[in-house]
Write a protein that binds this ligand. Structure first.
Ligand SMILES: *Cc1c(COP(=O)(O)O)cnc(C)c1O
Length: 427
């Protein structure tokens, strides 16, 4: 069933580190051989062996219109025909900035990059340049890309100086990062009391999507806003994952205005784009207007801008986002009903068109609570779903995504597979 994928993976590991170009793709979290994909159309992808799947990974979030959406394909092809890059400003960048601002009014000024990681690095540097401070506060279980000083999550007690999470990160860099548990207002207050005047920024996933899906509790984001304001720190919302997947963004949904916002994934329409922006006086610190350097050979790339614009245009049509949200709710309801029918302790959560589920009773509030879900069962469950033609992220600690191409029929099939897989993975 997977013979060609297995053969390709064997070749790949000889040439590419771990056989992949990004670690989670390697199936370390679920065991077995990663599936090599050949094509995608709408809600479905087909692998190299010809197996077809309903796709809830969607390239880890970007493909909100599904695979190979005609409007995106047309826009990208037309752009390539006109020249794939100039390294000079183009009209599309202005159009794209306007489109982003119409979804996210808090981005008074912005800068496009080629990845979410770069967007976060730019935002942090701008915050440091603006405040003249160096420390950053982040939350356990929040992922902000692979910049050195953000690959830190360890921390015990209320506010501990971070130890690096990855080899190759100097302890001195990690020491600039303070890590506290998600949704823990007391810990944040404590960290501010101790380090408030040294904190350039507080960076948070306002809805955490990289430890599975963990929602902010009432009052958590308000506390961050108030403390950041009080201590003159820059509040950065990293909406790379949830951006455009929640109506109004997390900032619109929860009615909290950050100083800076990082975007990525969806805005590229499947091409490499990141973006950071926010308050004018902070963004004015960035070169060439200010002394904070940040650049990119392919930043604002015309093909990526065209694909992103086409995506945002489709999303902006009346009713599109609402329909997407209601299908996501249907899916999560179906998962809950299946778990109840099978007598399995399962917490399923969704917001906008992002969902998550955990093999534990009750939705987790922090990384400590996420960690104790049944990862062994998830592995068995994962392969049971794969066999039934449902492609989920190969890790118990990732979110799932829907696209406008996912039909109610897809969802019915998924829920049926979900119930069977719960049964098969039990015991
Ligand atoms: C994916 C992600 C990033 C990193 O984006 P890349 O494009 O992979 O560099 C940063 N922050 C969050 C919240 C993400 O989900």
């Amino acid at each position: 069933m997977f013979s060609r994928s297995e053969d390709l993976f064997e070749q790949a590991v000889a040439l590419l580190v771990g056989g992949v170009n990004s670690p989670v793709r390697a199936f370390k979290g679920v065991g077995g051989t990663p599936v090599f994909m050949a094509s995608g159309h709408g809600s479905h992808i087909t692998d190299e062996d010809g197996n077809s799947y309903i796709d809830y990974v969607l390239s880890w979030g970007p493909l909100i219109l599904g695979h190979a959406h005609p409007a995106v394909v047309e826009a990208a092809i037309a752009a390539v025909r006109e020249g794939s890059s100039f390294g000079a400003p183009t009209a599309r960048e202005v159009e794209m900035a306007r489109a982003v601002q119409s979804f996210y009014p808090s981005l008074e000024k912005m800068r496009f990059t080629s990845s979410g990681t770069e967007a976060v690095m730019g935002a942090i540097r701008a915050a440091r340049g603006f405040t003249g401070r160096s420390k950053v506060l982040k939350f356990e279980g929040c992922y902000h890309g692979h910049a050195d000083y953000l690959l830190v999550k360890a921390g015990s007690g209320a506010a501990t100086l971070g130890a690096p999470d990855s080899a190759g990160v100097p302890a001195s860099f990690a020491a600039e990062t303070i890590v506290v548990p998600y949704n823990d207002v007391k810990a944040v207050e404590h960290a501010f009391a101790e380090h408030g005047r040294e904190l350039a920024a507080v960076i948070v996933e306002p809805v955490a999507g990289n430890m599975g899906l963990v929602l902010p509790e009432p009052g958590f984001l308000d506390a961050l806003r108030n403390l950041a304001t009080h201590f003159d720190s820059v509040l950065i919302f990293d909406e790379v994952l949830v951006g455009f997947r929640i109506q109004g963004g997390a900032q619109g949904w929860y009615q909290i205005k950050p100083d800076l916002t990082c975007l990525g994934k969806v805005i590229g329409g499947g091409f490499p784009v990141g973006c950071y922006g926010g308050r004018r006086e902070i963004m004015n610190c960035v070169a060439p207007e200010g002394p904070v350097y940040q650049a990119g050979t392919l930043s604002g790339n015309p093909v990526a801008m065209a694909a992103g614009l086409a995506t945002l245009e489709e999303l902006g049509r009346p009713g599109v986002i609402e329909a997407l949200d209601s299908r996501t709710e249907t899916l999560v309801k179906g998962m809950k009903a299946a778990a109840k029918a099978e007598g399995v302790a399962l917490a399923a959560v969704s917001i906008g068109c992002v969902f998550g589920f955990f093999f534990r009773a009750g939705a987790p509030r922090s990384w400590d609570e996420v960690k104790v879900s049944d990862a062994v069962r998830f592995k068995r469950f994962y392969h049971a779903m794969l066999k039934r033609g449902v492609y989920l992220a190969p890790s118990a600690f990732e979110s799932g995504f829907l696209s406008t191409a996912h039909s109610f029929e897809d969802i019915d099939k998924t829920v049926a597979a979900f119930r069977e897989s719960l049964r098969e993975s039990g015991g």
